[in-house]
Design a protein around this ligand. Structure first.
Ligand SMILES: Nc1ncnc2c1ncn2[C@@H]1O[C@H](COP(=O)(O)OP(=O)(O)O)[C@@H](O)[C@H]1O
Ligand SMILES: [Mg+2]
Length: 461
């Protein structure tokens, strides 16, 4: 049987080549040749999988329709039975949509998707779990542990061949299907290894083609690389309707699911989960837990953060110790490293707290990631409090709550959703809150948070 040929296309200049080369013969760039399928236009294969536009061959033009004439049917959403996941999706799965779920290994992607299918199966939906990573027996063991919905009624196939999976989908016609994962399915017509750019792109687009024509809702699981980006080409993000990112550290309890892209809802939502024996459990009272666990010791403050459109109180801890190293250590967990550098520079320049010879460690407790400028003030206050060894003064002896962005001139800048943050703090008895509005500068906020000692006299321990 003759193998359908693939070609190599330079991602920089578009030069086509029949053989792979390290350097593009066209533009001379290195490592830009990417394997692609030969366009299927002239061959019979295209018809088999259908859906290549018939008008391609030069058939007549189409008549544009005014938007007011377009039938817009409000889609009924499919509930996954997991409230946090539904809200991240914007109210449930849109039938026929393609959702990419990215996350590092062990974070709980298979667990979450299995739970969603179990709930959908219990609600009478036709489901299918395609695993290209685990055996059917392994999936069964997980499902037994989960005790949710009708986990054991979900049909599974353990299969790595793309063609087999496509054929199975075509025959079984599930309403909702999980593909775990896009990197381990393999298209036999491409010679590159599973998980390579060419493979991932081909696998995802073939699945999308079939899913759209059969109106199958697909949850596509994808791995992320070390630096947190979805592995495989960015093209995946353009292809799918919705990209969910699963974040958190494997060894920590809390994990968040966040929408990076959503064609049917806001990208502001985030759901918080906790990994337990029986699977991922939604954490509905995350603020209460984090505030309850806050240490109130020097170096600890409570940040009124926003997880999407929802306020979340998290504890930010800092430790400052004299360093033996040049340059000293800057270690952050849950925050942006560059943001810490900025905060330390502002502390040194505008509050007289120079930490040039000290190691600084900053941590958002519970494995939550806070990537918003509103975290600046919390980092500054935690670090200053740790450097001074003075516990921040909160209302009624409770932990100190704060939020706000730091400007380069030492001013406090307002951030979005101030009212909601204040309301969340008030709900847990954390008033007053050190925030822009009450204070114009970092120096003034420091004076308030750490007592009356002149901020200018503070020195690193
Ligand atoms: N018996 C168990 N009890 C509690 N947690 C478990 C158990 N078995 C596995 N896990 C958790 O499940 C995680 C694996 O989840 P999984 O959904 O397979 O991740 P992914 O598909 O993202 O790689 C592990 O990191 C582990 O924390
Ligand atoms: Mg998995």
């Amino acid at each position: 049987m003759a193998r359908p040929t693939s070609i190599y296309v330079c991602s920089a200049c578009g030069q086509e080549s029949i053989r792979w080369a390290g350097r593009c013969p066209g533009c001379g760039e290195w490592n830009t040749l990417i394997e692609q399928m030969q366009p299927r236009g002239g061959r019979g294969g295209a018809a088999a999988r259908g859906s290549r536009s018939e008008s391609r061959g030069g058939a007549g033009a189409v008549v544009p329709v005014a938007l007011s004439e377009v039938a817009a049917h409000q889609e009924d959403r499919l509930s996954t039975g997991i409230g946090e996941l539904d809200s991240v999706l914007g109210g449930g799965l849109v039938p026929g949509s393609l959702v990419l779920i990215g996350g590092s290994p062990g974070i709980g992607k298979s667990t979450l998707t299995t739970m969603a299918l179990a709930h959908l199966a219990a609600a009478g939906r036709r489901t299918l779990y395609v695993s290209a990573e685990e055996s059917a027996a392994q999936i069964r063991l997980r499902a037994e542990r989960l005790h949710v919905g009708d986990a054991l009624r979900v049909p599974v196939i353990a299969e790595t061949s793309l063609d087999t999976v496509l054929a199975t989908l075509e025959r079984e016609r599930p309403e909702v299907c999980v593909i775990d994962s896009v990197q381990t399915l393999h298209c036999a017509e491409l010679s590159s290894a599973a998980g390579s750019v060419a493979q991932v792109r081909e696998v995802a687009s073939e699945i999308m083609r079939l899913a759209k024509s059969l109106r199958i809702t697909v949850l596509l699981v994808g791995h992320v690389t070390k630096d947190g980006a979805l592995a495989g080409p960015r093209v995946l993000e353009h292809l799918v309707d919705c990209v969910l990112q699963f974040e958190g550290e494997r060894e920590r309890t809390y994990r968040t699911v966040r929408a990076i892209k959503n064609r049917f809802g806001s990208t502001n939502e985030a759901g918080v989960f906790e990994m337990r024996d029986q699977g991922l459990v939604e954490v509905l009272d995350a603020s209460a837990r984090f505030v309850g666990e806050a240490t109130r010791a020097p170096g600890s403050v409570v940040l009124c953060a926003m997880e999407g459109s929802r306020p979340l109180l998290v504890e930010v801890q800092a430790l400052v110790s004299s360093s033996e190293l040049v340059p000293p250590r800057r270690v952050v967990a849950g925050l942006d490293r560059n943001r810490l550098a900025l905060v330390l520079a502002v502390l040194g320049r505008h509050a007289g707290i120079g930490l040039g010879t000290a190691d600084v460690f900053v941590n958002v407790v519970g494995g939550v990631r806070v990537e918003e400028p509103g975290a600046d003030l919390a980092v500054a206050l935690a670090v200053a409090s740790a450097a001074k060894r003075v516990a921040p003064v909160g209302g009624d002896g409770g932990p100190l709550a704060c939020f706000g962005e730091l400007g380069l001139t030492g001013e406090l800048r307002t951030v979005a959703h101030a009212e909601r943050r204040l309301a969340e703090a008030a709900k847990f008895g954390l008033a007053p809150v050190v925030a822009p509005g009450a204070h114009a500068t970092l120096r003034s906020a420091l004076g308030d948070a750490l007592g009356d000692t002149s901020a200018a006299r503070m020195e690193a321990a």
